[in-house]
Design a protein around this ligand. Structure first.
Ligand code: SAM
Length: 238
């Protein structure tokens, strides 16, 4: 047993533990279900990325691939690679992406991205980074596969500065990293990124009057969470 970053005792988390847990999510259809929740915070990020038609983009922790497919449409002359530690997520992603010629999915861990250095113009990751066993190593790997001038964009809803999501740590079956915007930015700087910035992406989608899920206390907390916003950290490989 090992202690998680929040101080609770949990089993040590390896790629295998992540794979098994997210395979369960994929089998339960949760990969596809995440599009609805993550789209409102992801659309503003896609605009900020300023993609050009021939760009090559890596989607880290791509899940069932909804974002990878959107990216593939935005870079018709480029390539998109969706990568995920869960082979079941990757299977789901491939099944629904057969019509895309510029999109492929690979199974892999961000700590060892199965790709050559200096290839991608952009790397993006939505709601995945706080699960990575060692986020500093993952961000270094992203730096390696970006070409000079390329940029990395990490978007997360679970971070120290938004208290309305802290309860997720106790609800998830896997270990999470609850870090501040400053700590995430520091990982970017340590990996070698320049022009490192962080900002909030607020979610303006309508909130139901009554909340019946398990992730928030009630609709008021969900509303507060969305108003506080997701954390976007980005930087450039100069
Ligand atoms: C909450 S889901 C988000 C999926 C997708 N980005 C989306 O927005 O729908 C997190 C994803 O990150 C993947 N993941 C977690 N740790 C990973 C790691 N170390 N390397 C690669 N993928 C990882 C999981 O398998 C899972 O599919």
């Amino acid at each position: 047993m090992a202690e998680s970053v929040e101080g609770r005792v949990r089993v040590p988390q390896s790629g295998e533990v992540l794979r098994e847990e997210f395979n369960r999510w994929a089998e339960a259809g949760r990969g596809e279900g995440m599009e609805q929740d993550h789209l409102p915070i992801t659309l503003p990020v896609l605009e900020k990325m300023r993609l050009a038609p021939a760009d090559n983009v890596l989607d880290v922790g791509c899940g069932a691939g909804w974002l990878s497919r959107r990216l593939a449409k935005l870079v018709p002359q480029g390539r998109v690679v969706g990568m995920d530690v869960s082979d079941e997520m990757v299977r789901h992603a491939r099944r629904t992406s057969v019509d895309f010629e510029n999109l492929m999915f690979v199974t892999g861990e961000v700590e060892e991205i199965p790709w050559e250095p200096n290839f991608f113009s952009h790397a993006v990751s939505v709601e995945s980074a706080y699960y990575w066993p060692d986020p500093a190593v993952g961000i270094r790997e992203i730096f390696r596969v970006l070409k000079p001038g390329g940029s990395a964009w990490i978007l997360i809803n679970y971070y120290r500065d938004n208290p309305n999501s802290h309860q997720w740590g106790g609800l998830l079956a896997i270990r999470t990293h609850l870090l501040s915007a400053a700590e995430w930015s520091e990982f970017f700087c340590a990996a070698g990124f320049g022009r490192v910035q962080h900002e909030r992406i607020t979610d303006h989608s309508p909130t139901p009057e009554v909340y019946t899920g398990r992730w928030f206390r009630d609709a008021a907390q969900l509303r507060a969470f969305k108003a506080e916003g997701a954390l976007l950290v980005h930087g450039v490989k100069e």
